[in-house]
Design a protein. Structure first.
Length: 409
């Protein structure tokens, strides 16, 4: 590998010069790259020399754009059979954030400073810290895929010292959101009791199950009767329905689990099984009825999350008095109320807090590991990060007093 100065005269008689890096790449092909300054040429030569020796060098002419690499990455995800929701999220990251800003950039020119500049631009253009982190993760995956294809020699996102920055963003996001608060994010015991007492009609079974199992909405929507054991009073979570109503396995191995159910839920499910809509299937002109999903829509198919929330959760919350005044009035002059807790995850949060503080109901508070298993969290850290502050604690002041007395004795 050599660095030499090249001088020439333009047709107008102007003398110009540049620095040329001349080398042979990993495939034995001669390459040349020109720079305006010797310092830049020397830096490139040093880097390229190491990459050629390690067999990972990719010249500009053999590289592709970020746009093209992203398409390879998308197609690979399709071949892997990733869920539609995952593919849809990838497409949004690529089309809305990556392509508009760096889509035309060659992978060989996507350096650490360029990746940092991209991250800064994401922040400056109003993306949230969570979105910036997710997009950078997608870009890193694109670069890793490109490296495996021999289209890139390095992954600048992975090399960024901003792993530390990513940690700062996570911390900032947590500070902004704060810890989950009972009465704000989590229904109180009194609110949950009023909500359970108000449940009736077709929404009672699904919302009752949500309160006393903590199942995710996707898991409730994908629950089949074969996974419900009314004799042992337990539910086996083995499937979920995504936002496209496609059925599939839980996203992680920990998502597959057994959840015990109290008699109240078991009895409600026994009654509901008799009235539950059956899926109609036609076979050779004859209609056959199949009892499959536990909480289907009127046609026996996967119920939409919007229906469960808009027609079930919100009206039942308002009926139970777990509501807030919007400050508006209807045509009759009555105040317009809205549900205090607007998402199904609030019921999951309540279940977690109920498991943790079961002593209030005369039982034993469940240890963190059991709470993790019941919720289907992939790690105990996730459980403690989310609900650790809810676990009962002793009298810290009294403990410190005793420790001081022991120390000074």
């Amino acid at each position: 590998m050599s660095v030499r100065k090249r001088t020439w005269t333009t047709p107008k008689g102007v003398e110009k010069s540049a620095w040329v890096v001349d080398y042979v790449d990993t495939k034995g092909k001669r390459r040349q790259k020109t720079f305006a300054k010797k310092k830049e040429a020397d830096q490139y030569a040093a880097t390229a020399s190491v990459e050629v020796r390690e067999g990972v060098h990719v010249a500009d002419s053999a590289s592709v754009t970020v746009d093209k690499a992203a398409e390879f990455w998308m197609k690979d995800g399709e071949r892997q059979g990733l869920e539609r929701s995952t593919l849809d999220q990838r497409r949004q990251h690529v089309d809305l954030h990556i392509k508009p800003l760096i889509g035309s950039t060659l992978l060989s020119r996507l350096t650490v400073p360029a990746a940092r500049a991209f991250q800064d631009e994401l922040r400056e253009t109003g993306r949230s810290p969570a979105m910036v982190r997710k997009v950078m993760t997608s870009l890193s995956s694109i670069m890793s895929d490109a490296m495996e294809r021999g289209l890139a020699s390095r992954n600048p996102v992975r090399e960024m010292k901003a792993k530390r920055s990513s940690g700062r963003e996570k911390a900032q996001e947590k500070r902004q959101k704060g810890k989950l608060k009972i009465g704000v994010d989590i229904p109180t015991r009194e609110e949950a009791k009023a909500f359970v007492a108000a449940l009736n009609g077709r929404w009672r079974p699904v919302l009752l199950t949500a309160v006393f199992t903590g199942m995710r909405a996707s898991e409730l929507r994908g629950l089949r009767w074969e996974a419900v054991n009314l004799v042992k009073r337990q539910i086996h979570v083995i499937e979920r329905a995504d936002r496209f109503n496609d059925m599939g396995r839980p996203k992680s191995a920990a998502g597959e689990r057994f959840i015990p159910i109290p008699p109240l839920v078991a009895n409600a499910l026994k009654e509901w099984k008799l009235a539950c809509p059956k899926l109609k299937i036609e076979e050779k002109g004859e209609k056959r009825y199949v009892l499959d999903l536990v909480f289907p829509n009127g046609k026996g198919k996967v119920e939409s999350l919007a229906n469960i929330i808009n027609r079930g959760l919100w009206p039942m919350m308002i009926k139970a008095g777990v509501a807030v005044d919007t400050g508006e009035v209807d045509k009759e002059g009555k105040p317009v109320l809205k549900a205090k807790y607007t998402g199904m995850h609030a019921l999951r949060h309540f279940y977690a807090s109920w498991c943790i503080n079961r002593k209030e109901d005369g039982g034993l508070g469940l240890p963190p590991k059991v709470v993790q298993e019941r919720l289907g969290h992939s790690t105990i850290a996730m459980t403690l990060d989310t609900y650790g502050h809810l676990f009962p604690r002793g009298d810290d002041a009294a403990e410190m007093e005793a420790a001081e007395a022991s120390f000074m004795a």
